[in-house]
Design a protein around this ligand. Sequence first.
Ligand SMILES: [Zn+2]
Ligand SMILES: [Zn+2]
Length: 158
Amino acid sequence: MKNDIFVTVRQILDSYLEVNNHRKTPERYAVLKAVYSMKGHFSLKELSHQLEENNFLVSRATLYNTMKLFQELRLVICHRLQGITKYEACYNKDSHCHQICTICGKVVEIEAPNILQALEDTKLKRFRKDGFVLYVYGVCSTCQAKITRKKTLVKRKY
Ligand SMILES: [Zn+2]
Ligand SMILES: [Zn+2]
């Protein structure tokens, strides 16, 4: 399944580069492969680690520009979570919901079929809907437990 996706996204990049007369540099394909082998949300730094592991060194500028191109091609989405930029491979999954802990920053993808349906049913004027990303902010159970523990400690002191 994952391999099929890679074949498709490769073709998207291929045809874009051909149509626009851009060179098919090995870097672009190496970055694409790394992006689609990452799990979930990742930073540029984590991506560059992955590339290093694949024995591929790409400069920061090339990496940044390549990711920008991938965003235009809708192969990657960029999230700004709690002041940190994270990326995500998004082919076939451009509509989805996240829950984000505002204390530790943990991001989890959640199922929200009602929201998906509601947006599906929403008619937008003079606009072709392509997808959406939703963020639900809150506190995860681990952080909540820490907060509760701290409160009890404070109470005991007095
Ligand atoms: Zn948390
Ligand atoms: Zn996501």
